[in-house]
Design a protein around this ligand. Structure first.
Ligand code: HEC
Ligand code: HEC
Length: 151
């Protein structure tokens, strides 16, 4: 009991600060200033679908914004299937066929397991190519940002 009494005076200022903080408005965002990507539509209204942008296909490669960025895809991908039985991307980019297809070879890193050992087949952690590699459209960013790549 004696201990509690000696630390109590020290606890009281801390409690007071916490209590005060609860009344300080966090950021100044009010309900009016918040808008969703869907826009200010009533719940039962449907938003008209966004335009389908043309893919950017006028260059052979996109510059990378940072060293370890998965390179962006400079060609169409919609018809290339990736499923349990087949992976169309590997048919062009895989070790076995890339020369014939004149496609850039999949990075060696994609054939390594978690210990860095290179296998014959693509590592399953890299099987779903479009999880990391994406095509590009000439569209405005949905949300403004100040991102600048490093070189
Ligand atoms: C018919 C062959 C073919 C198929 C299928 C294909 N690609 Fe490509 N890909 C190419 C060629 C050729 C290039 C080189 C650029 C060009 O000519 O368009 C390329 C370029 C790329 C690049 C850019 C590489 C770099 O270093 O900048 C990426 C990433 C890529 N492809 C990913 C994919 C993914 C993911 C798929 C499957 C969804 C896929 N490709 C399917 C032939 C193919
Ligand atoms: C987990 C993320 C991830 C997945 C999944 C993935 N990649 Fe990559 N890919 C990368 C990164 C990061 C790089 C750049 C560094 C490197 O080469 O490892 C890259 C590089 C590449 C390159 C360029 C290699 C070079 O030397 O310039 C090609 C081509 C490529 N990937 C194709 C593919 C294909 C095809 C698939 C599917 C079979 C795939 N990737 C799956 C992340 C990924």
């Amino acid at each position: 009991m004696k201990r509690l009494i000696t630390i109590l005076p020290r606890l009281i200022p801390a409690a007071a600060v916490i209590a005060l903080l609860a009344f300080v408005p966090l950021n100044t965002a009010t309900a009016d200033a918040v808008s969703s990507l869907r826009g200010p539509l009533a719940l039962e209204k449907e938003k008209s679908p966004p335009p389908v942008y043309k893919l950017k296909l006028d260059q052979e490669k996109f510059d990378r914004n940072f060293k370890t960025q998965p390179p962006l895809i400079p060609h169409k991908v919609a018809k290339y299937k990736i499923n349990l039985k087949a992976n169309r991307c590997v048919k062009c980019h895989g070790k076995a066929n890339y020369k014939e297809e004149e496609a850039p070879m999949i990075g060696v890193s994609h054939y390594q397991d978690k210990n860095g050992k290179e296998g014959k087949k693509i590592n399953m952690g890299r099987y779903f190519c479009t999880q990391c590699h994406v095509a590009q459209a000439d569209a405005k960013p949905l949300v403004a940002n100040t991102f600048k790549g490093t070189k």
